[in-house]
Design a protein around this ligand. Structure first.
Ligand SMILES: [Zn+2]
Length: 400
């Protein structure tokens, strides 16, 4: 996603909000319909049936008909996609959208016909939104070619953004035959087998303190008061800043890795499953749920899932997912495996050979070596970083 800050005039803002309202209305209608249907009543209506119903609804409701059909149809298509993601088991069931919380709509279509984008000056661009016209945005980086859709959103702090969807071009492989292991830790966001570590710049201590102060104020503010709304908006701005920094880190780190290494080995962790399990069930909340909830916040804050997804985009076919079992307990030089090896969250000290290392870096080396072991080592093709260059690109990897 290529995201830009959108700067609508107040008149345009009214038009955008109308689109948001229509998209939300149509989406919620689809959610309601879906929940009403049961197996006994037969299959729920699919996209085509819903599209027909939308035409009827537009004929019956002038306010809906006054809106953009493109926006409303797309909301239905997005819902159909969300349902099939749900049935595929990769996403949660689509839920009700609330005003002020999930404000957005998507435009998909032929550029220069349904929509368009152009640059006005060094720092300003414009996107043409159906029924609203040309809306300015901050040209913070070039809009990629081949964009087929964009999404307009309004966050809880009232900021508008436009995001153009384009799968980033793959970064060319460096051609050096080197493999790297990446351990995605909690204390340190990413540790490489090279010994490098990198951390997401979250909130500064000052910002974190301000967030805490706002949280305390919020507890005292009356429900529905202006003061409460102001506090919430200020908190949302801080959280948005944190999210921006995380996104920035994910983009920079994934590009850097794809550029420097032929093969990138990462832990195969289902982040979604991990976050879900912490909640437990009402019947069985389980021990350590509190502790786990804190850990999960850390994991998400560090953007693990985002980094893995970006790596797959930028280095297609060059990312190897490795089973993370024991990677944190095994001594990389001697191979001795024991839980006692992990002296603390940060320090690894082997009880057999005395090897001492940054715990996440040691794990990253195990991840790298597992991946290298799984590649066609017999060809002598793939080496740990610093190894010989003798390879056949793309043919290095065994199917996962
Ligand atoms: Zn050892």
């Amino acid at each position: 996603m290529y995201r830009y800050r959108l700067c609508p005039t107040s008149l345009q803002e009214a038009g955008l909000l109308e689109h948001c309202g229509h998209a939300r209305f149509v989406w919620n209608l689809a959610v309601e319909q879906q929940s009403w249907w049961t197996p006994r009543r037969g299959p729920a209506p699919g996209y085509l049936a819903q599209a027909r119903q939308l035409t009827e609804a537009r004929a019956a409701n002038p306010w809906l008909a006054a809106g953009s059909q493109t926006v409303q149809q797309q909301a239905l298509r997005d819902f159909a996609q969300a349902m099939s993601n749900f049935f595929a088991g990769t996403h949660r069931r689509p839920t009700w959208r609330k005003a002020g919380l999930h404000e957005g709509f998507r435009i998909v279509g032929v550029r220069r016909r349904q929509w368009d984008v152009r640059r006005l000056s060094r720092r300003t661009g414009e996107v043409r939104v159906p029924k609203v016209g040309w809306v300015r945005f901050r040209w913070s980086r070039p809009v990629p070619e081949g964009v087929k859709s964009f999404r307009v959103t309004r966050d809880r702090a009232g900021r508008w953004h436009v995001a153009f969807a384009a799968v980033p071009d793959p970064v060319p492989a460096p051609g050096n035959g080197q493999a790297v292991g990446v351990d995605r830790g909690v204390a340190v966001s990413a540790a490489l087998s090279t010994g490098e570590t990198s951390t997401v710049a979250g909130l500064t201590p000052g910002e974190a303190e301000r967030l805490n102060r706002l949280l305390r104020c919020l507890a005292r503010a009356k429900r529905g008061s202006n003061r409460r709304n102001r506090i919430k908006a200020a908190m949302a701005r801080l959280k948005a800043r944190e999210a921006d920094r995380r996104k920035d880190w994910v983009e920079k780190t994934s590009t850097d890795l794809a550029r420097r290494f032929e093969v990138i080995a990462v832990e195969d962790l289902d982040v979604r499953a991990m976050t879900r399990s912490a909640k437990g069930t009402i019947g069985a909340p389980g021990a350590g749920v509190r502790h786990k909830a804190g850990l999960n916040r850390g994991i998400l804050a560090n953007g693990w899932g985002q980094l893995a997804a970006r790596l797959e985009h930028k280095a297609p076919g060059r990312v190897i997912r490795v089973n993370p079992a024991y990677t944190s307990q095994t001594c990389n030089p001697c191979g001795h495996r024991a839980p006692e090896n992990r002296e603390s969250q940060a320090v690894f000290r082997c009880v057999a050979c005395g090897h001492q290392a940054h715990a996440d870096v040691n794990a990253a080396r195990n991840i790298r070596d597992t991946a290298v072991g799984r590649t066609v080592a017999a060809r002598g093709a793939l080496q740990p970083e610093g190894g010989a260059v003798n390879r056949e690109p793309q043919s290095l990897l065994l199917p996962a």
